[in-house]
Design a binder for this molecule. Structure first.
Ligand code: TYD
Length: 210
């Protein structure tokens, strides 16, 4: 993590864990709490015009696993260069719906790409003189994959990732949990089996050192 005037927050979790339900409310909460700071809400894959085009391809088109990882990181490179880093440099609070942990969880945990290859991309895309650009805090919405599947089936037409099977999502979940264990100071795990009200009550009182 780098020393910068801004503050970087990411929301992560398997599809159906409920992070999108809370992210806008959380941005509003921070706007009210820190009226002098600009709060920027963004997402991955996406967050820039090019990134949003890549998102469409990534979520719809079947592709080779390495191509998928390269495109995720290409979109991330653009997102960092155009949006995230300029915002952090002038002291803004950036909240991203997913960031690099999702690549490790989905492309490695879920689909089996080697962590070593992803680390090379991470270093290339997020590496700076002082270290890696990483969120200051990552809220991980943790939910067993069978409950997530039930929730997804009630919600909407699935994208390419959301059509994958239970075992896939359990591997994604386990990779998220492994990363959370490896970086306990950055990750904050929320038990997403709770109701949205219970999760919100927890989320809004988590202390962050902005
Ligand atoms: P998601 O946040 O679930 O969007 P929505 O709520 O609109 O469905 O993200 C889209 C999908 O992209 C999700 O299934 C996870 C996947 N993804 C990766 O596989 N790797 C990545 O690096 C990122 C950022 C997302």
């Amino acid at each position: 993590m780098l020393n910068q005037p801004g503050y970087f927050i990411s929301f992560e979790g398997i599809d159906g864990a409920g992070k999108s339900t809370h992210i806008e409310a959380y941005a509003e909460l921070l706007r009210a709490k820190y009226p002098q700071r600009e709060v920027l809400l963004t997402r991955e894959p996406g967050g820039t015009p090019l990134g949003e085009q890549l998102r469409k391809l990534l979520l719809d088109a079947p592709m080779n696993l390495e191509t998928e990882a390269l495109l995720m990181f290409a979109a991330r490179r653009e997102h960092l260069a155009q949006v995230i880093e300029p915002a952090l440099q002038v002291g803004k609070i950036v909240i991203s719906d997913r960031f690099a942990d999702a690549s490790f969880a989905y492309q490695s945990g879920g689909r089996g790409l080697s962590i070593d290859k992803l680390q090379q991309l991470e270093l290339w895309v997020q590496g700076r003189a002082g270290g890696l650009v990483q969120p200051n805090i990552t809220f991980l919405f943790d939910l067993p994959s069978d409950i997530a599947e039930d929730r997804r089936s009630q919600a909407r037409a699935p994208d390419k990732f959301e059509r994958l099977d239970l075992a896939f999502f359990e591997r994604v979940r386990q990779e998220y949990l492994r990363r959370a264990k490896a970086e306990p100071d950055r990750f904050c795990i929320l038990d997403a089996r709770q109701t949205p009200v219970e999760i919100w009550n927890q989320l809004q009182y988590i202390t962050i050192n902005i």
